[in-house]
Design a protein around this ligand. Structure first.
Ligand code: BGC
Length: 802
């Protein structure tokens, strides 16, 4: 029966033979497989990894016991266990043995710190007792060091740029205490531990349990550290996944989704990240990630590990079979990949393109496509196909240098490169030529900046941008800023509804089920609703069952059930007090590093089954903001610095979720790349950078994966709050990209409900402000048609849920 779960919240398991799927063995196993697929082998001198069978290990670092499965905030989940690296290694006693003295020392130390109230991931690195070090060295010559990091929603990672930053967030203050130079770098205590271990052991392996880019200089060129596995935050089975890879049960096949630079200062987004709490100037423009490091003169020297990089226990060679270009610019590259080593493994082939230098500045390389092989045995080969489009090399001309508001393919030669990182590529003998400059797509001006003073050019200099009259986001509307802020944290009203006769249908109004059956049209159904009912439907609804992020719909007199939402993206998030534990999937950055949309699809489908089994309808997943700077506290929830990779990987997540008739919610739309003061910070960005980098992810996902829901972000974009931004929500999202679903706000924005609905933001979460809508209607500031239109979009999505 349609909406059976939503309406009656039955306690019926979804698995075979009456078994639950939530946190089932099959799901935790899938979580482990996904984790293994996205871990990146950064270094492996003398093939120290995988460990030979029988290797004895001395494991150092409190992170061996304090495993960080993911980040904090809405992107956290309640689990019944996590597997630490220590536990993961011990479970593989047929392969390696672990020096127990160190293991008990760290486990006890971490337990004690937790008992003193220290949060997981924020524990302090203890000194290694000299006696223990001696015994460990007597036990083995092989040391494994592990380091972890934790960050979360609402606060940014700490750095040397924090001077003068006022963050009320306790975790941020905690982090400042633990990490003297910010958490990008090792703390003094960690540094001391690393030095101690390096001095004592001839063989040293490092495992990083982190959610984003960290310093890699302490190991990259140090011959005393032979191997490094970037294990990310791997979810519920993360420690087991890392341990299996270290022991050669599988071969690492992850590739970096972000560039690892020598210092935090090397990222062009760092210097002004904390310039103000009121705004962020995106002066780095389109030069984000490898687009900066591969283009700007001299920046290549700042890279330690390039985008797309990752080693394997085996080696590969590839041979180009053929390249074809179709009339619409579709490029099909066929390449044969052979495993030339002695271990099974998978390789990721990456296709990059470059446009002629021309008049408009351009990055030197752009990712156009990628493909991952199946698991290849030694000697085995596979023909893989990469499909991209040359038009993705077009430049958006925001200032009208060649063709105002158009994507332009400039005259000249376009070259293509194939390889296994942005650096390790070979040019294809295929060139696409534009005889004369051509408009690839004519669009219109949208989201033009008012007060971004300058932006970076391809030679590293800055060009000044025209300044326009600014706009006060809190002008217009009916409420003062203070009034808007008071809604923060307020749950939705429980609306009075008069009891209905249960079997006398004569007086019943048109029912929503009739729309589902097709006997009543959505237009007819919505036409019967009063203004008050429309206003009610455009806000969040009270929680039922295990939900804690509120619902949609809830108009019992017309048969609209209360459809619950839940976070995402780390898994189905249910409050601990409900007693329901779920699967924690690997963090999004790890999922991006799989470069494998199929496994992300599986994670999406499995996650959505847990959502459904718990009678929830809308999953607030995936989060797809660009990794602009390592400092963003929520990067673990986001995928990559590259919009194409984000869109392909997160697009697979959307398709996986929606295959289960559960709504995916792509968030946070848009330019929410900083957490400090996130509800009131103005992201000041050029139209070109917005379109080519920050909105590109959303554009591609909307066009290719067709998500049912989008969540607008808290922040302001070029003077208009994202949730009140007509250019963003109507002109771009709907008119240009053809989005047909529902837009919801992030929870308790500082936007005003009537302005949000007018801008195309359909539903205000967590709670609406129906009075504000009705007052605006009365004053002629809002039209009933606009409300009807939003309600129809909402109901349109609810009709898809099953
Ligand atoms: C977060 C969203 C989340 C929502 C509901 C907000 O604070 O920014 O990502 O989905 O809360 O928990």
């Amino acid at each position: 029966m349609k909406w059976q779960r939503v309406k009656y919240q039955p306690n019926t398991p979804l698995g075979a033979n009456g078994q639950k799927v939530t946190a089932s063995k099959a799901h935790t196993e899938l979580s482990k497989q996904a984790a293994k697929e996205g871990m990146v082998l950064l270094k492996n001198e003398n093939s120290l990894l995988p460990f030979e069978k029988g290797t004895r290990l001395a494991v150092f670092g409190k992170a061996s016991a304090d495993y960080v499965k993911g980040g904090g905030g809405s992107g956290d989940v309640t689990v019944s266990y996590t597997v630490s690296l220590d536990a993961g290694l011990k479970a593989l006693s047929d392969y390696v043995s672990v020096y127990e003295g160190l293991s008990s020392f760290y486990n006890k130390n971490v337990r004690d710190q937790y008992e003193r109230g220290v949060a997981p991931g924020m524990t302090v690195e203890p000194e290694v007792p000299a006696e223990l070090l001696k015994k460990a060295r007597a036990y083995t010559d092989t040391a494994l060091i592990t380091i972890c990091r934790f960050s979360g929603e609402g606060w940014d990672r700490t750095s040397s740029y924090d001077n003068g930053v006022e963050s009320g967030e306790p975790m941020w203050k905690e982090s400042q205490k633990v990490f003297e130079r910010g958490d990008f770098y090792l703390s003094d205590a960690e540094q001391r531990m690393v030095e101690t271990v390096k001095a004592a052991f001839p063989k040293v392996v490092v495992v990083l349990n982190v959610g984003g880019v960290v310093d890699s200089m302490w190991f990259a060129e140090d011959p005393k550290i032979q191997s490094v596995l970037m294990a990310w935050q791997g979810g519920i089975e993360g420690g087991a996944a890392a341990a299996e890879l270290l022991c050669g049960i599988g071969s690492p096949s992850g590739k970096l989704a972000d560039t690892f630079a020598k210092t935090l200062e090397d990222y062009p987004s760092s210097y002004n990240f904390h310039e103000s709490q009121d705004y962020v100037d995106y002066t780095d423009d389109i030069y984000v990630g490898y687009r900066y490091f591969e283009t700007i003169p001299g920046a290549d020297k700042k890279v330690v590990y390039p985008f797309g990089y990752g080693l394997s226990y085996t080696t590969f060679k590839w041979e180009l079979e053929r390249v074809d270009e179709a009339e619409d610019g579709t490029l099909t590259v066929r390449v044969e990949v052979t495993n030339t080593g002695n271990h099974e493994g998978k390789e990721v082939l990456q296709l990059y393109g470059s446009a002629p230098k021309g008049v408009l500045d351009k990055p030197s390389k752009i990712l156009l496509s990628y493909a991952k092989t199946k698991l290849l045995q030694p000697g085995e080969n596979q023909l893989v196909t990469l499909v991209g489009n040359v038009n993705d090399l077009a430049s958006y001309d925001d200032l009208g240098v060649l063709h105002k508001s158009a994507y332009v393919m400039e005259q000249g030669e376009y070259h293509f490169y194939l390889g296994n990182s942005v650096r390790n590529t070979e040019e294809l003998g295929f060139i696409h030529t534009e005889e004369s400059t051509r408009v690839a797509e004519q669009l219109t001006e949208c989201l033009a900046p008012t007060s971004l003073p300058k932006r970076m050019r391809a030679d590293g200099s800055f060009e000044e941008l025209p300044v326009r009259p600014s706009h006060d986001p809190d002008s217009e509307g009916l409420l003062t800023k203070k009034e808007k802020e008071t809604i923060d944290g307020v749950a939705p009203d429980v609306r009075f509804s008069k009891g209905e006769h249960l079997w006398n249908n004569n007086e019943r109004r048109l029912q929503f089920e009739q729309v589902a059956e097709g006997s009543v049209t959505l237009d007819e159904f919505v036409a019967q609703l009063s203004d008050e009912e429309l206003a009610h439907l455009l806000g969040g609804q009270p929680n039922t069952g295990v939900a804690n992020t509120f619902g949609f719909g809830n108009l019992p007199e017309c048969g609209i059930p209360n459809f619950m939402t839940a976070d995402g993206p780390a898994g189905l998030r249910i409050l601990p007090e409900c007693g329901v534990c779920t699967t924690a999937w690997p963090c999004a950055t790890l999922l991006a590093c799989t470069w494998n949309p199929e496994i992300v699809y599986e994670v999406g489908a499995a996650g959505a089954k847990e959502v459904k089994e718990n009678n929830i309808a809308v999953w607030l997943t995936p989060a797809i903001n660009i990794h602009r700077t390592p400092m963003c506290g929520r990067n673990f929830e986001y995928y990559s610095e590259d919009p194409y990779l984000v869109a392909k990987q997160a697009g697979a997540m959307v398709r996986g979720i929606q295959s289960q008739h559960i709504a995916a919610t792509v968030k946070h739309f848009a330019l929410n790349n900083k957490e400090t003061n996130r509800k009131d910070s103005n992201s000041r960005v050029s139209e070109r950078a917005a379109r080519q980098i920050y909105l590109k992810t959303f554009e591609r996902i909307v066009k290719e994966a067709k998500p049912w829901c989008i969540m607008s972000s808290y922040n302001i974009v070029n003077d208009y709050r994202a949730s009140e931004n007509h250019d963003l929500l109507e002109k771009l999202l709907r008119d240009e990209w053809g989005f047909e679903g529902v837009v919801m706000t992030d929870w308790w924005t500082f936007g005003e409900h009537c302005k949000e609905v007018n801008a195309g933001n359909d539903v205000k979460m967590a709670a609406g402000n129906p009075d504000n809508l009705l007052k605006a209607l009365e004053k002629g500031l809002l039209k009933r048609e606009t409300m009807e239109c939003s309600v129809k979009r909402l109901l349109g999505v609810l009709l898809k849920i099953d």
